[in-house]
Design a protein around this ligand. Structure first.
Ligand code: PLP
Length: 352
């Protein structure tokens, strides 16, 4: 059962026709002129609408603002070598947002409504979807509680909205990460394994301290033992060790990245051994120092792969020997599927 594409009215058509893409087009530099909204009211999802992007009314006492009752997704639509724009791993994003919504006591967005929203956005934005290699329409679906509440309690009315940004490639220069030994991104039994807005505000201070120390991002450890590598604030991590692909196993405090999952699959497709396991940070630092670990990188939708050039732990700094070699091969393999040059053997692309 699929819902029809939502029509673009004359006013919105005008806004799209008059929208100027930033030059040069970088990643996420400007929000596109179209906004999709659908409300959950009286226990039911109401029909979705496309409106011109702009500020939206929100009750200042809404649970989204007071208690962080909010979750989101980040995904891409590609239109490079394909006839039609195509979304990457849409069902996986829908399923992940459902897990986030369940965890935060929000109604999940029905797959048909989510799909209608993405397809209608892609259709309306067609004149503005950049079509060079590495370009995409980046989409940010979000769900939040709208009712005012003073005691801590869930809202009953919610909004699902999608904003977009016609984007150029994310220029991923190698980053230097700093092992975070005091703060935690997530708690055992907490919300680290869902894409909840509140997870990110809590990570900002560590990032700020990291930058002051001359590094780019904190490398978070597991919050229970503080001995195992987890991820960055908005990207998973993986390493090439003895020629194998290793990434921390989903521990309950790691966000299950769709890029991470895709790279595990592509590494196996290429005949590489790909392992999910708990990765002790001290061991990893030794393996980097000895050269057994030749590459370490971050992965996520925006950058796909972002090489890491150095890892610091207090005074100790270890440098990666090869920066981004295998990473570049895997990134290209993924881009070839996303941009329609390679066969989509895993059924990851859905035409919009
Ligand atoms: C979004 C996100 C990732 C990457 O997930 P993708 O689905 O690959 O974009 C990894 N870690 C965190 C904490 C995230 O928020």
């Amino acid at each position: 059962m699929s819902l029809p594409l939502i029509e673009v009215d004359a006013a919105l058509q005008h806004a799209i026709a008059n929208f100027e893409l930033p030059q040069p087009l970088s990643f996420g530099a400007r929000t596109g002129p179209v906004l999709f909204v659908a409300d959950y009211r009286d226990g039911q999802w109401q029909p979705g609408e496309l409106v011109e992007f702009g500020p939206i009314p929100l009750n200042p006492a809404a649970t989204a603002l007071q208690f962080g009752q909010q979750c989101f997704e980040g995904m891409k639509v590609f239109w490079v070598a394909q006839e039609q724009p195509a979304a990457f791993r849409l069902p996986a994003h829908i399923a992940r947002m459902k897990r986030s919504a369940d965890r935060l006591c929000m109604p999940s967005v029905p797959a048909e409504l989510f799909t209608q929203g993405i397809a209608s956005m892609a259709h309306a934005m067609k004149p503005l979807i950049p079509r060079g290699s590495g370009d995409s329409l980046y989409l940010r679906p979000m769900l939040y509680g709208c009712d005012e509440r003073y005691p801590v309690a869930s809202a009953e009315n919610f909004r699902f909205a999608i904003v977009c940004s016609p984007s150029g490639p994310y220029f991923a220069k190698p980053i230097r990460v700093l092992v975070e030994r005091t703060g935690s991104r997530a708690a055992v039994g907490g919300t680290g394994d869902i894409k909840a807005g509140g997870n990110y505000a809590g990570s900002l201070l560590a990032t700020q301290r990291c930058k002051q120390a001359g590094f780019d991002q904190p490398l978070w450890l597991d919050p229970a033992s503080r001995r195992h590598v987890e991820e960055l604030s908005a990207m998973n991590v993986a390493a090439i060790i003895d020629g194998e692909f290793h990434t921390p196993a989903l521990s309950g405090t790691i966000l299950a990245g769709i890029t991470r999952d895709s790279l595990l699959t592509l590494a196996r497709d290429r005949g590489m051994v790909a392992v999910e396991r708990s990765m002790a940070v001290d061991e990893l630092l030794d393996q980097i120092a000895s050269g057994r670990c030749s590459e370490f990188f971050a992965c996520g939708t925006a950058a796909i792969l972002n090489p890491i050039s150095a890892v610091a732990d207090g005074e100790r700094v270890v440098q990666l020997r090869a920066v981004g070699q295998q990473a570049a091969v895997l990134k290209q393999a993924l881009l070839d599927i996303q941009e329609g040059r390679a066969s989509d053997a895993h059924g990851w692309m859905s035409a919009c």
